[in-house]
Structure formats: structure tokens, C-alpha cells
Design a protein around this ligand. Sequence first.
Ligand code: PBG
Length: 325
Amino acid sequence: MTVLRPRRLRATPALRRLVAETRLHPAELVLPIFVREGAGEPLPIRSMPGVLQHSTESLRGALTDAAEAGIGGVMLFGVPEQRDARGSGATDPDGILNVATRIAAGEVGDALVVQTDLCLDEFTDHGHCGVLAVDGSVDNDATLERYRDMAVMQAASGSQLLGLSGMMDAQVAAVRDALDGSGYTTVPILAYAGKYASAFYGPFRDAVESELKGDRRSYQLDPANGREGRREAALDEAEGADIVMVKPAGSYLDVLADVARASSIPVWAYQVSGEYAMIEAAAAHGWIDRRRAVLESLVAIRRAGADAVLTYWAVEAARWIRDER
Ligand code: PBG
């Protein structure tokens, strides 16, 4: 009797390499970068060992490293010194995110895709992703007005891809309209379509010194709902998004796979701060092989269907991938 032997293709490193279905490439990795207003030197982030809040000076070195590693791009986040109810710093040309964007566009704008987080939570004193109504709820349509202004300011600062992470209804359509109306018809939109209300964003709050009390469950998705993630992705595509994203990545691979199958535009995933912190913490204890765990987590996200991945390990992973060749 013939025995079926799938192990045949696993016998040698060369065979395994040849039959691998998924490969990581540096160009598919995007590095999130935090830039802190008023920082004289780069500052460590307590819950994200190895990740820094950059000063505008140390930002330049980080950008050069990223370009040399051959990754696809950087996603910039600003950490302002002052915050207020409407997040004024987000639309101030001298606000930290817009300053950092001009530096990045000038420094590496040809080598990397310079991307910006378009959301108000880093800039508001209440820490919500939008402006508040009198009853304290997040006012969707008033927030859209702020996003429109932010989008135009970011494009004017040199952002090459706007990352809409606020989860307001109709934000993609509003931002597209504002960009087109200001002549930025060629600036693309990355829509955080399936963005879940996740505990895995915990360390990010340290990274941006967020002042949020309460939670984001009235605008981010319920982790229980896969269908809702698919719906958001379809709506964002219909509103004119150029790329859609699922976030977090590791705990939402099913949503990612579903969106990847249904989407006719690129689908990205964000391996978030908590996913980073978990592997780093386990590795620091010697409980897990750090490099293998990082690369396995990334290949799993790609296998599930992500065309590109935002990850805090982008530069290091890019170097490892090169070494392996
Ligand atoms: C919103 C935003 C968040 C993250 C990226 N963009 C925070 C949130 O929605 O609570 C989290 C990213 C991470 O955890 O790595 N500006």
C-alpha cells in the first residue's frame, strides 16, 4: 500500500526553503516612530523596552537606520507637550507631528514612504480620538471637521500616506474630500478599518503619555465581532480608502484573512504595542527564543493575508531577513 509522506518536502533546509509559501521581505515592513516635543534626548518607554520616544534630533538617525535597513516606510506619532480639548496641536504647523513629518519627508522621503497617524488622541487632554459633545460622548461629525483640517496639514507637511486610526463613521470620505478640495488628490489614505477596542494597546498609552480615562468602546470594534470588521473594511473601501488595515494583528488573524479575501485594495496589519511587549517580556525572562518568536509572529500575519505589516521590530526584522539569505 502506498503511504502518503508529506514529510518528504521537509527533509532538507533547501527543500523547505523552496517550498515555503510565505516569505518576509523588508519592503513590506513599516516602523512606527514616536517623536516627543521638547525632548532633549531620546527617552525609553517603560512598557516597550527597546522602543524610544525620539527627539527631533534623534529622529534623523532613526530614519537613516530605517532607510538603510530597506524597510517600506515609517509611521509617525507625535507626543505633544501641551494638550487641550480639541487637540489643537494636531493642526498647528509647528505641532510636533507636523514638524517631524517635515523632517522625515526631507530626510528620507525618497527612500521610505513617510506616513502619519491621523487621530486626535495624542493631542487631546481627555485622550479620546475625537472631540467631545456636551454630554461627554465623542462627537462623530464634529470630529470629522478636525480630521479634515489635520489631513490637509499633514499633507502640506509632506506626509505621503495618511493613517486614519480614529474609527469615526465616514472619516475616509471626509478626509478624501478635504484632500481633494485642497489639491492633494494624489495623497493616499490608509484606513484602520478593522480596529478593535483592544487591551493590547496598553503600552502605546505609555509611549504617547495618553491621558485617557475610560475606554474607546463606543467607536472601536468589539473583539467578539468578526463580521463587523469585514463591514468596516468594505465601507472604507467604498468611501475611497487606498489601503485598509486590521489591528491588532495576532489575535485577529481570522478577520485579517476574511478582509484579505474580500478586499480589492491592499490589506495591512498592525502588530501593536502589546504584541511587542509580550514577546519582549517573555524573551527577557529567557522563556522564549526572541528572534524565532518575532519572525514567526510576522510570517503568521503575512500568511493570514497581510500585504504589509506595521511592527516595532521592522528594522531589526529586516536585518534578520537579510542575514538569512
Ligand atoms: C490612535 C492609535 C492607537 C494606536 C495606534 N493609533 C491607540 C488607540 O487606539 O488606543 C495603538 C498602537 C499600538 O498599540 O501599538 N492614535
